[in-house]
Design a binder for this molecule. Structure first.
Ligand code: G3H
Ligand code: 13P
Ligand code: ZN
Length: 331
């Protein structure tokens, strides 16, 4: 029997996005695959009084089991109540690639799905997205579409190069598909190696500065679909302190470069109302775990290394909500 997200106490993105566009901030969309990630996300968002989008990729579904993840999301709503401050919690499918996957999520309590048809031709993307929207809307579920291709790895799909969103396509795409939000490509990319050092310049302190996001394209898009909710994927900033900790304790990350926080702050003030962050959380967890493994090699209780990882992850998310996305105190 199908389960509707309302029965799980989950929130829709509809009002959240409208308020975020109006208020000049972005809702955090954090990926989770396990208990500690979910705890850190919820603790951080309750403490900062921020709405939150819990994102599940198809890789996460394979890793953690779809039934368990759904029940974790049900538990998330109760846990938030128990923490004493009720924030809206959205359960979202990240990078859905087929109608069947989106349908399965809609039938299993997700309140929002992404259909990522960006790797198809324009017309195929329109047709696939429209099909998902029709099914989703019949169940009160919102849909995120994507136009333009981000470089990097998304599940099993690797895109070597990005192609920016063409502003002249957005109006037609939104009208014909009926999507509720649109992910665009303006220079962000997935993973921890978003730019090569050769693509960056150096500031006076010798620190690598990546090329700025294409705000000109964003502005052009906003002119064509004023107030329409825009989504940014690939928005990790790759905090260098975590990269350094990882490498100090035996890691081998090379040329790990992310999107500078001030660029994301600027984007969050525009029609960008959802910002996706996954890699930064992976870096924080890995840094904390590596530190414990090196400093306490006799430790073998998972709680003794996953606990510190959860703590660092929570700090990271609180920082994002308060100082990057501006979502703190919006719930
Ligand atoms: O955009 C991709 C997200 O970071 C999810 O990554 O597919 O490895 O779970 P994943
Ligand atoms: P990052 O790899 O930059 O964290 O992007 C995550 C993302 O876009 C999830 O959809
Ligand atoms: Zn993404």
């Amino acid at each position: 029997m199908a389960i509707n997200y309302k029965d799980l106490g989950l929130a829709s993105t509809k009002d959240l996005f409208a308020k975020a566009v109006e208020g000049g901030y972005a809702i955090p969309a954090y990926n989770f695959n396990n208990l500690e990630q979910m705890q850190a996300i919820l603790l951080a968002c309750v403490e900062t009084k921020s709405p939150v989008i819990l994102q599940v990729s198809s890789g996460a579904r394979k890793y953690a089991n779809a039934t368990l993840l759904r029940n974790m999301a049900r538990g998330a709503v109760e846990y938030v109540k128990e923490l004493g401050y009720e924030i809206p919690v959205v359960l979202h499918l990240d990078h859905g690639d087929t109608f069947e996957l989106c349908k399965d999520c809609i039938d299993n309590g997700f309140s929002s799905v992404m259909i990522d048809g960006s790797h198809h031709s324009y017309e195929e993307n329109v047709a696939l997205t429209k099909k998902v929207v029709e099914y989703a809307h019949a169940h009160g579920v919102t849909v995120e579409g994507e136009l333009g291709v981000l470089a990097g790895v998304e599940d099993d799909v690797v895109a070597e190069t990005s192609s920016y969103t063409k502003p002249e396509e957005v109006e037609d795409f939104v009208k014909r598909t009926g999507v509720d939000s649109l992910a665009i490509s303006i220079g962000t990319s997935h993973g921890a190696n978003k730019f090569t050092p050769a693509q960056c310049t150096r500031n006076e302190e010798g620190v690598l500065v990546p090329p700025p996001l294409r705000f000109d394209i964003l502005e052009e898009i906003e002119k064509r679909i004023p107030g329409f909710p825009i989504v940014l994927h690939g928005s990790s900033s790759v905090p260098q302190e975590h990269v350094e900790t990882i490498n100090k304790f035996g890691g081998a990350l090379k040329d790990a470069i992310g999107i500078p926080e001030e660029q994301l702050r600027k984007a969050a003030k525009s029609a960008v109302c959802k910002i996706n962050i996954d890699s930064d959380g992976r870096l924080a967890m890995t840094a904390a775990v590596r530190k414990v493994f090196t400093e306490k090699p006799a430790e073998f209780d998972p709680r003794k290394y996953l606990g510190p990882a959860r703590e660092l992850l929570k700090e990271l998310y609180m920082h994002k909500n308060e100082h990057v996305l501006g979502s703190a105190n919006r719930a």
